[in-house]
Design a protein around this ligand. Structure first.
Ligand code: FAD
Length: 453
C-alpha cells in the first residue's frame, strides 16, 4: 500500500507522529508540500522566504524526495492520491479558521475517491478544543486555562527520523502540471535567522545553556538577548513544543516562566478555535462602537508609526527592529500596539495586519489576540484604562538606552537613559523627529472615548 505524508506547519523529520501512523498503514509514502496562494499571498516576504528555506532543508533531509506542488489543496491532494494510488493521506491537524475549512474540503474530495484523511497530532502541546470548563464551555481567561493545561499529559517526543518512512521517489508525472521547484528567495529587508530543523535544535540548546535560568528575570528586557526566539521555529514546526517542554526541565523560575509562555501560545490557539471570528472582530463587541480616527492626519500618523518616526525613541526602536529582524521583542510588541490604539486612536487590526506583513513568526492566533490584549478588546485583556506610557516603558525595560541606540542611529550619541527623552536635551538631534502626539493628552482622549461607550 501507498500513503501520502502532507507537510504543512511541521517541516521536520524528528518527533513526527504522522510518520509512525503512515508507516503503520503503508509500505511506502510520498512526501508532499502544497504551495497554496491563499496562505502565501498574505504572508509577507520574510515568512515566504523563511518557508522556502525551511522546505529546502526538509527536502534535503528527505534525500531530495519532497514533491512540491502549487495550487488548491482540495484539488492537488486528491489528484496526487490518484496518481500514486494512495489509500490514506497523513497530516497533523490544523486549527486555524482557514486550515480547518481547507482540510474539510480536502477530506471530502478524498472521500469521493475512497481515500482517508488521517489527522495525527497538532502543532500545539495540547490541541485546541481539548481544554474546556467542566460544563464544556471554553475558557476565556488565561489563568484557569493554564491550570488545566498544566495537568494535561503533553506526551513524549515521537522517535522518528527520515528513515521511519520508505519514501517514494517522486516522478514528474505524480505532481503533473502542478509540480514546481521550491521557489527562489525574495529576500526581505530584514536579516532572518537560519531556517531548518538543525538550526532550530542548535538555537534551542544554546538558549537552554545560556539564558533559560535567567529567563524570568530578563524576558522583559528588549536590550538583552534574554528570550528564546523560538517563535519562528514553532511557527513552521521545525521543532514541536513538546520537545521544548521536555527540554526546559522541571522546576526553576526560568523553566516555570517559559512553560507559561508556551501555554499562552496554546491558549490563543484555543480561543481562535472556539471563536474563529476573533481573528477579525473585537472579542469584546462593546468596543465595536469605539470611535477611531480617520482622514489624512490619521494616515500620516499610521505611516510614522510603521516607519519608526513617532518621536518616541522606544516605540521607534521597536518598529525599526520589526523591519530589521522581522521580529520584535514581546514587551515592545505590547508597547507599540498600545501606542497605535490609545495614543493614535487607530484600530488594532491595522497594526495586526502590518505585523503579519513583516513578522517572520507572524501567526494568526498569537498575533490577533496579542493585539486584542493590548487594545483592551480581547479575552482577559489589559483593561482599557491601562495605557502604556511610551517613555516610561522605555526607561523601565531599556534602562541604559542600549536598545534605542542600537535601532535609532540618530540617537546613537546620546548617553544613558536620557536617550528616551531627546526633547529634553540641550541640543536635541536635528535629524530625529519631535513627538508626533502629546501622550498625556492622547491618554486622556482614549479614556474619555472609553468612558463614553
Ligand atoms: P519567548 O519569550 O522565548 O517565549 C517562548 C515562546 O512562547 C514563544 O516562541 C512563543 O511561541 C510563546 N509565547 C511567548 N509569549 C507569547 C504570547 N504573549 N502569546 C503567545 N505565545 C507566546 N507570537 C507569535 O508567535 N507570532 C505573532 O505573530 C505574535 N504577534 C504578537 C503581537 C502582539 C501585539 C503581542 C503583544 C504578542 C505577539 N506574539 C506573537 C507573542 C510574543 O510576542 C512572541 O511569541 C514572542 O515575542 C516571540 O519571541 P520569543 O520566541 O523569543 O519568545
Amino acid at each position: 500500500e501507498t500513503a501520502i505524508v502532507w507537510f504543512r506547519r511541521d517541516l521536520r523529520v524528528h518527533d513526527q507522529p504522522i510518520f509512525l501512523e503512515a508507516a503503520s498503514r503503508a509500505e511506502r509514502s510520498l512526501a508532499v508540500f502544497v504551495l497554496d496562494e491563499r496562505l502565501l499571498g498574505p504572508s509577507g516576504k520574510a515568512r515566504r522566504t523563511f518557508l522556502h528555506r525551511s522546505l529546502r532543508d526538509l527536502d534535503s533531509s528527505l534525500g531530495g524526495r519532497l514533491l512540491v506542488v502549487r495550487g488548491d489543496p482540495a484539488e492537488a491532494i486528491p489528484e496526487l492520491a490518484g496518481a500514486v494510488g494512495a489509500r490514506s493521506v497523513h497530516v497533523a491537524a490544523d486549527f486555524g479558521p482557514y486550515g480547518r475549512e481547507r482540510d474539510e474540503a480536502v477530506e471530502k474530495a478524498l472521500g469521493d475517491r475512497d481515500v482517508e484523511l488521517v489527522r495525527t497530532g497538532s502543532p500545539y502541546a495540547v490541541a485546541p478544543g481539548r481544554i474546556t470548563k467542566s460544563d464544556g464551555e471554553p475558557y476565556r481567561v488565561y489563568t484557569p486555562f493554564s491550570r488545566e493545561w498544566a495537568k494535561r499529559d503533553k506526551g513524549a517526543p515521537a522517535d522518528t527520523d527520515a528513515s521511519t518512512v520508505a519514501w517514494i521517489e517522486p516522478s514528474e508525472k505524480d505532481g503533473g502540471p502542478r509540480a514546481v521547484k521550491i521557489p527562489d528567495d525574495e529576500p526581505p529587508e530584514a536579516e532572518l535567522p537560519d531556517a531548518g530543523e538543525q538550526a532550530a535544535h542548535d538555537h534551542w540548546e544554546a538558549f537552554v545553556d545560556e539564558h533559560l535560568e535567567d529567563y524570568d528575570d530578563l524576558r522583559d528586557r528588549p536590550d538583552k538577548p534574554g528570550t528564546s526566539r523560538m517563535s519562528v521555529y514553532l511557527k513552521y514546526g521545525a521543532i514541536h513544543p513538546r520537545t521544548l517542554l521536555a527540554g526546559v526541565g522541571g522546576s526553576g523560575k526560568g523553566a516555570t516562566s517559559y512553560r507559561n509562555e508556551l501555554c499562552f501560545r496554546d491558549f490563543y490557539a484555543s480561543v481562535l478555535w472556539f471563536y474563529p471570528r476573533s481573528a477579525r472582530e473585537n472579542f469584546d463587541p462593546k468596543f465595536d462602537s469605539m470611535p477611531m480616527d480617520g482622514g489624512r492626519s490619521a494616515e500620516e500618523k499610521f505611516r510614522a508609526w510603521q516607519e519608526g518616526r513617532t518621536g518616541f525613541p522606544a516605540i521607534d526602536a521597536a518598529m525599526r527592529q520589526l523591519r530589521g529582524e522581522a521580529w520584535m521583542h514581546n514587551r515592545m510588541r505590547m508597547a507599540v500596539a498600545s501606542f497605535l490604539v490609545k495614543d493614535l486612536h487607530l484600530p488594532w487590526w491595522r497594526g495586526a495586519r502590518h505585523f503579519l506583513d513583516l513578522l517572520v513568526d507572524g501567526d494568526l492566533p498569537s498575533n490577533q489576540h496579542g493585539w486584542q490584549w493590548a487594545a483592551g478588546t480581547g479575552t482577559d485583556a489589559a483593561p482599557y484604562f491601562r495605557v502604556f506610557n511610551p517613555v516610561t516603558q522605555g526607561e523601565r525595560f531599556d534602562p541604559q538606552g542600549d536598545y534605542v541606540r542600537r535601532w535609532v542611529p540618530e540617537l546613537a550619541d546620546v548617553e544613558g537613559k536620557k536617550v528616551h527623552q531627546p526633547w529634553k536635551l540641550a541640543e536635541p538631534p536635528s535629524d530625529y523627529p519631535a513627538p508626533i502626539v502629546d501622550h498625556k493628552a492622547e491618554r486622556q482622549e482614549a479614556l474619555d472615548r472609553f468612558n463614553a461607550l
